[in-house]
Ligand binder design. Sequence first.
Ligand code: DUC
Ligand code: ZN
Ligand code: ZN
Length: 468
Amino acid sequence: MDSPYDLLIANAEVVTASDRFVADIGILDGKIQAVGRGLGAARETIDARGLLALPGGVDAHCHLDQPQQVGRMADDFKSGSRSAACGGTTTIIPFAAQMKGQSLRAAVEDYHRRATDKSCLDYAFHMIITDPTPEVLTQELPGLIQEGYTSFKVYMTYDDLKLNDRQILDVLDVAHQEGALVMVHAENSDCIGWLTDRLTGSGHTAPKYHAVSRPQAVEREATHRAITFSELADVPILIVHVSGSEAIEQIRWAHGRGLRIFAETCPQYLYLTAADLDVDGYEGAKCVCSPPPRDPANQEAVWRALSHNVFSVFSSDHAPYSYDDPDGKKPNGHEQHFHHIPNGIPGLETRLPLLFSGGVVGGRISIHQFVALTATQPAKLYGIYPRKGSIMVGADADIALWDPTLQVTIRNQRLHHNVDYTPYEGIDVTGWPIMTFSRGRLISKSFDFLGQAVAGQFIRCGKPILSF
Ligand code: DUC
Ligand code: ZN
Ligand code: ZN
């Protein structure tokens, strides 16, 4: 049949960050060719009556196959992208981390080797800057920004990753000159070290002390300091994985002063608390991540801040370590002192359903805020909009069809990552993306992964779009 479309998604209720309407979506060569009523015939038609058509998610903070000092990540680009696709995500932006002494370009090239021909989803990279030598600051970083690596993360903690205040200012200055976006991990390293020594010195080594060693004050102080640096360097920043009310207060304060501080939060700060680090002896290690989850009052503060648009981005911070694994949280069956447990939890596949259920179905955020937080705004901030992040003519046909009423109990056995647990085991959610299309190809359907033969493309990022 001669048809202008390879695929027609018919009768869908299309939802974007601003609009909601019933339409057909005509797809040709992986792009959205038309959005309208009665688009006619196509080589293949999927009737999406009763389903929501949302832009595929952009997970702008996830870690895959990232070399580590402690532990080894359970997901590479193959298993990670598969898992993301089955949870309605169509673009991932993990981190190419520079090791101290390594050139930035070597780090990026190494990371390309890890991703190429493995990811079923399109992907971009943030860089992690750990060694801002003069060569990095004046040559490598400006060059890589021009080549499409327009965002990078700096750490204020972790001995192998952290920068001092002066180094952070130097990195921010490059972002200012070149038009890039710096993501900041805001926790005070010396405070954590001091608290950790006190706790371990008095025999407090169980997983629950991870949260005690990183109280909100540690995050609040670093968040304030990062905001100050942003003001001094006159460049916007994005504070990643904000965990509770005290850091939120700092961000609101900055907004009140007219500073361009963007912020991200994650599912763990809505669904977990520090009490989850204190279950069944050592099992709490499964929920060790940084910053740590807080308490129910802080969960509410994070929900409130989401509904008030304090946050621009909602990411998984998928940092996958298995529990019962030689390279995991309990290596060879050995319990670790809390400060030696690999930091991070899995979440690529559950990110969107958890926010949809608690936020949209729960009446805390609108469905347009959901789309903005999970797709449109990360696409804009990280320079891949309008190719990604919305449903419009000319965009890639990255679409998730959601059944907004489907009731699902999260079980690790149904997920597609390579991690031996999910911290969200047994949580009931309403709404799930039952079909995911990546550039017009159906890669996941009803909890099954169909994209084995599909190759994702590397995306060079443009300059951040900082107003939306
Ligand atoms: N920071 C992250 O962004 N991810 C995992 C652990 C961490 O500290
Ligand atoms: Zn971090
Ligand atoms: Zn992270």
